[in-house]
Design a protein around this ligand. Sequence first.
Ligand SMILES: *Cc1c(COP(=O)(O)O)cnc(C)c1O
Length: 411
Amino acid sequence: MTVQPRTRARELDAADPLAPIRDLFALPEGVIYLDGNSLGALPRTVAERTRAVVEEQWGEGLIRSWNTHDWIDLPRRVGDRIAPLVGAPPGSVIVADSTSINLFKVLSIAVRLRPGRKVILTEEGNFPTDIYIAGGLAELLGNGVEVRAVPAMSLGQAVTEDVAVVLLTEVNYRTGYRHNMNLLTGIAHAAGALIVWDLAHSAGAVPVDLSGTDADFAVGCGYKFLNGGPGAPAFAYVAPRFHHGLRQPLSGWLGHEKPFAFDADYRPAPGIDALRVGSPPILSMSALDAALDVFDGVDMAAVKSKSDELWDLFVSQVDARARELTPITPSDPRLRGSQASFRHPEAYAVMQALIARGVIGDFREPDILRFGLTPLYLRYIDVWKAAKIIGQVIETRAWDRPEFKQRAKVV
Ligand SMILES: *Cc1c(COP(=O)(O)O)cnc(C)c1O
């Protein structure tokens, strides 16, 4: 006799070593949250930590807290907590600014390290901010520097002698396709180019080994799988071999060797601190710091393994109940991050109907339903239920109502 999927989900939950971590999150009743790849859920520690930072550190400590609570080095401390999640050594990750701004900084460094080469190579369909920021930098540099976007399939052959930097996002935001970081980093290096990895959909989602793959630079997002909260600060990684003499063009005072000497001349701080620009946002950075507690003692291999089992259960159930949805995320677990995406001609309306029923995922142009799988707070029974509701919405055409077709400002 075959086990019913619902029973199987219950069994998997009962045996799940990550199950206790769910209690570390404050999740609303009646919601199945499949959008932690866009905005991670709220870890319980964040509210208490934020209250303490506001009332005690700021309210009572006032300006003294820059020293007494070591606010000044928070970007390094939080960076050192993200570092093990992405396979980076201590002192190589800084938390600062947004992913977009960090991209500008590391791309500028990389292009300058390859003088004479004119091309920033990326892939078609990369996340728009990556392409826009690269384009903005190319325009600013002038002198023939250009962005070249090629299809993912031809990246291997596209790293020609004129390529200074390869800029790639490891996990594609639409499809969930995951590049082979080791292979592509090797190809870039063999051609004399440097590589920048955007880990927005990787950090906290899949095991990443920046050191082991010999990556040069990376950036990543604080508010997705790292659960740092809306607009949380992002991070940047620079391989230690580039730390000596490191400098970047957003030469703000807090990236200075001695900010409080108030010198007339800019001299970059040694190492990763040179990527700092202005005053760190202590409230949101403290929230991110507290949010990272949920990763304490968590093995990213276990997270990936649960993600894969969630994926199998979810996608097989959606497949069985909603044939109109076309899966587009690779079924080979090595080739995907932690999401399941499907095409449907009315994807926007379908997603709104799901959200109205408490199943929160998101829509991506032109016709993609995207569901993030976050093993730290999702149960197998949740994805089973979500698939059942998706089946109902498709079968009854519950999405076919004018109110579900009205586009909001943020999708
Ligand atoms: C979410 C995301 C970003 C976000 O950039 P911000 O500057 O933090 O808004 C950047 N790159 C990719 C690939 C993303 O998915």
